[in-house]
Design a protein around this ligand. Structure first.
Ligand code: 5AD
Ligand code: SF4
Length: 442
């Protein structure tokens, strides 16, 4: 490798928005240490994979990637490859056995050590930095974000719940909230930089608790929306147990907080929810939905759902379908269950739903949800919606792609508009995933 490339890095980000936010922190930390981000993977001397361990197929994807990187490394002996994020934190030192191409491992709480890890790796060691640090919120680091329209703002890290299927408590550690004042000062910077949308994120965002003065998530959301009155404010992911009337009223009262709640349910059956250790029954979940809709009737709701969890009987699966039909979510992330070693489910329950049944149930869930989304989207044909334009559409520079406050994707004729503009769009057609339209002029 030419010495010029040894200080140039490229990050591949897998998984959730938390990993995207972490990649922005990693970029800032490496830049502070004199490294430069690469335009493309080929021009980099250091390649980092910021990984996700939440489902088995996420790990399979990384293994495929590593095979390709191993080929690159054979041709370019000086190339340094690091694995960061949830996989190394979860599989610990054993992660090194995934591929001889891996030079170092860095868990989510140890990104400040990245410059040292890179140097040690260059010296031939295979260093690992996998300590949990419950004090680490990366306060004081200014994330280097991609794009200038929409910003992800982490407000808490980790999770104190123990959902039986989930690796997050093992990969991200105990919950810790960022100080209220540091979130607000970050929002002020984003306002000055001209961002049009801010998404507050946390694994369990609505259990936010200011470590200094004890403010809750409703107070934080309210303050952020006032600090950035011209930006759209979103948040994700919420846990049903932490949806309070105060929070719903805050969303209703503040015009720039988007009327959208992502509220994972995971199963429509109380028996399954109990085995999942979710901490609520389906009745309680429905009561939260009723509360939300009584205050904000037109709110957009989305969810996560798992098919084929341990001990799921056909009647439990029918209960999940029934819940989808009844609530009519705008959209859903739908998965079949995969065992994650070390979790409560892996240790105490039997993964007894046959693979074929899991996949069949998942397909039924997907088919039903797609038909519901399609119906809901069809109903919006003829209406005018406010869209924040995010980018050119994939198909044509003559069209822009953006989102409604309810997070529906909209493709519309570009006319004179640019990404970043708020546009009133008349919806003319719809599929189960996208609305199409043209700007409405008054
Ligand atoms: N198997 C399948 N889906 C899972 N999820 C988390 N862990 C698993 C697992 N072991 C899903 C949940 C969660 C989303 C991020 O991923 O629905 O809300
Ligand atoms: Fe995982 Fe449950 Fe925490 Fe979500 S709330 S991150 S599913 S343990």
């Amino acid at each position: 490798m030419t010495t010029g490339r040894s200080k140039i890095f490229y990050i591949h980000t897998f998984g959730c928005q938390m990993n995207l936010a972490d990649s922005a922190i990693i970029t800032a930390l490496l830049q502070q240490a004199g490294y430069t981000p690469a335009e493309s993977e080929e021009s980099a001397g250091i390649i980092l994979l910021n990984t996700c361990a939440v489902r088995e197929n996420a790990v399979d994807r990384i293994e495929h990637y590593l095979q390709r990187l191993q080929g690159m490394k054979k041709r370019d002996k000086g190339l340094i490859i690091g694995l960061a994020g949830c996989i190394p934190q979860y599989q610990r030192e054993e992660t090194l056995t995934l591929s001889p191409a891996i030079d170092f491992l860095a868990g989510p709480d140890s990104y400040r050590t990245l410059p040292a890890l890179i140097e040690q790796a260059r010296g031939g060691a295979k260093p690992t930095s996998l300590e949990f640090n419950t004090a680490e919120t990366y306060e004081g680091i200014d994330p280097v974000r991609q794009g200038v329209i929409s910003a992800i703002v982490p407000v808490m890290r980790g999770c104190n719940n123990r959902c039986a299927y989930c690796v997050v408590p093992f990969t991200r550690g105990r919950e810790r909230s960022h100080p209220f004042r540091s979130v607000i000062s970050e929002v002020q910077k984003l306002v000055t930089a001209g961002y049009s949308e801010m998404t507050l994120i946390g694994q369990n965002v609505n259990s936010y608790h200011d470590p200094e003065k004890g403010m809750n998530f409703a107070a934080l959301l309210d303050a952020v929306s006032r600090e950035a009155p011209r930006a759209r404010v979103r948040f994700t992911t919420s846990h049903p147990k932490d949806i309070s009337e105060e929070l719903v009223r805050t969303i209703a009262d503040r015009p720039n907080i988007c009327n959208h709640i992502h509220l994972p349910v995971q199963s429509g059956s109380t028996a399954v929810l109990r085995r999942m250790n979710r901490g609520h029954t389906i009745q309680e979940y429905r009561e939260k939905i009723a509360l939300i809709r009584s205050i904000i009737p037109d709110i957009a709701l989305s969810t996560d759902i798992i098919a084929g969890f341990c001990g799921e009987r056909d009647e439990d699966h029918q209960a999940s379908l029934e819940l989808l039909s009844c609530v009519r979510f705008d959209s859903a992330y739908m998965f079949f269950y995969s065992t994650r070693p070390g979790t409560l489910a892996a240790r105490t329950l039997v993964d007894d739903v046959a693979e074929e049944a899991k996949k069949r149930r998942l397909q039924e869930i997907i088919d039903l949800q797609n038909s519901i989304s399609a119906e809901l989207f069809q109903q919006s044909i003829g209406s005018v919606v406010e869209v924040l334009a995010e980018s050119e559409s994939k198909r044509s520079a003559e069209q822009l792609m953006g989102r409604t406050a309810g997070n529906r994707a909209v493709v519309f004729d570009r006319e004179r508009y640019q990404p970043g503009d708020l546009v009133q769009v008349l919806i003319t057609s719809a599929t189960s995933a996208t609305l199409t339209g043209r700007p409405e002029h008054c």
